[in-house]
Write a protein that binds this ligand. Structure first.
Ligand code: NAD
Length: 390
């Protein structure tokens, strides 16, 4: 591409959390520029946010509907190329549908929608329009997660037996939704959040990570959800036993009442010959534990000699030399860079490389919403195992 891709945004104003992270990630590699937005539910905040971001005031809109309509009418050389959706969960589907149907590609936050039905409908729209949809499952963008996936795929650990994935947080240990925390308020509201708070908000990240790294899909589950904080309308803690393809078994823990925890995502996977461990709080390390061998640590950005060479997927998603820490922002930027490369390739009639195509898609979004629905059904059921149905 001889130019940057033009990005529009719904949500992500001065009153928001994750929108600013998206902008940092999108801009990191110089391939994307922000040209328009409906940045807030409050038009005044949207206007002020646009001013702070130096967006042309004529392209700061009062609603996403107005934005998509007006942008579609601009000449091709000016209009946005894609829409980033960083609104609360219940406001993902409608702008995504409208953007796709008006010829725009989409970057969308997880959980992709509030229900499995909406997710399936979105998949149909993506297929019908031929547009690209990228789902921002942050944790699968890390280079050492790519390395873990590549080593499992290459059979380094033998047949996979056990997958343990955890996402404990402590920030909802109190009734924050009644204490003026706007992010907690919509998350704890079933109409705005979906069927499950903990599984929609962070369980989907954990389930995606388990399937992405292992390359195995969940086939059955047995779930236990709890609302620990009195007065809360949705669950805030969950434990799930998992069965995967090819006989692997697993455990997923997602909790927002793990008092004192920050974002302690961790995954451990064990095969017949050895296992691996990765933690979000130490993301440049991948610990390898083989039977009858000392423990090894693979680190981001090293030019290891064979047979320890880092995979092309790990190096493609690394920016700085070894020893300079990369983290959440770079992982997020990897998702944007791969999405932008894929969109640019499609615009120019080129075939994207496998490394460029490596970002979460609408299919991952459908699986995420199926995971939430199946977990909730399992929690309510007396049957021990619930089939993972899409
Ligand atoms: P937030 O409450 O901090 O911000 C929401 C933003 O959306 C605000 O700017 C609000 O004004 C705006 N908004 C609401 N309705 C709107 C409308 N109709 N038009 C335009 N703007 C509107 O929420 P957040 O924490 O930033 O979360 C947003 C989304 O991102 C959620 O789906 C959440 O699950 C997801 N998220 C993902 C990650 C991740 O790691 N990938 C992290 C945090 C949040």
């Amino acid at each position: 591409m001889k130019r940057k891709l033009r990005m529009g945004m719904v949500g992500g104003g001065k009153d928001a959390f994750i929108g600013a992270v998206h902008r940092i990630a999108a801009f990191m590699d110089g391939k994307i520029e922000l040209v328009c937005g409906a940045f807030s539910i409050d038009p005044q905040i949207s206007k002020e946010s646009g001013e702070e971001l130096f967006v042309d005031p004529s392209r700061v809109y009062e609603s996403y509907g107005q934005m998509i309509e007006k942008e579609s009418q601009l000449p091709e050389g000016e209009r946005m190329d894609f829409l980033t959706i960083v609104t609360p969960n219940f406001l993902h589907f409608a702008p995504a549908k409208m953007a796709l149907e008006n010829g725009f590609d989409v970057v969308i936050e997880k959980p992709m929608t509030v229900s499995l039905d909406e997710a399936k409908e979105l998949k149909e729209i993506v297929e019908k329009t031929g547009r690209t949809l990228c789902l921002t499952h942050t944790y699968s963008g890390y280079p050492m997660i790519k390395q873990a996936k590549a080593m499992i795929k290459a059979g380094h650990f033998g047949k996979i037996r056990k997958i343990v994935v955890e996402y404990p947080q402590g920030w909802l240990s109190r009734l924050s939704e009644r204490e003026g925390n706007a992010g907690a308020a919509w998350r704890a509201d079933p109409k705005k959040s979906g069927l499950s708070l903990v599984m929609g908000d962070i369980g989907t990240h954990a389930a995606h990570l388990a399937e992405y790294v292992s390359g195995l899909r969940i086939t059955e589950l047995c779930a236990d959800l709890t609302t620990f904080v009195e007065g809360r309308q949705l669950d805030d803690d969950g434990s799930v036993l998992l069965r995967f393809e090819q006989g692997a078994k697993g455990v997923l823990m997602a909790s927002q009442i793990s008092a004192g925890e920050e974002n302690a995502v961790r995954i451990r996977i064990y095969g017949e010959e050895g296992g691996l461990e990765w933690a979000n709080e130490d993301p440049n390390n991948l610990i390898i534990k083989m039977l009858d061998q000392p423990r090894q640590i693979y680190r981001t950005g090293n030019a290891y000699a064979a047979p320890f060479t880092l995979s092309s997927f790990a190096t493609h998603n690394t920016r700085v030399p070894a020893g300079h820490p990369e983290g959440l922002l770079e992982s997020f930027a990897n998702i944007y860079r791969n999405f932008a490369a894929t969109v640019s390739a499609k615009k120019e009639g080129r075939v994207p490389t496998p490394e460029q195509l490596d970002f979460p898609s609408v299919d991952d979004g459908v699986r995420g919403m199926a995971f939430v629905q199946n977990v909730v059904q399992s929690n309510e059921s007396n049957e021990k195992w619930t089939k993972f149905v899409l």
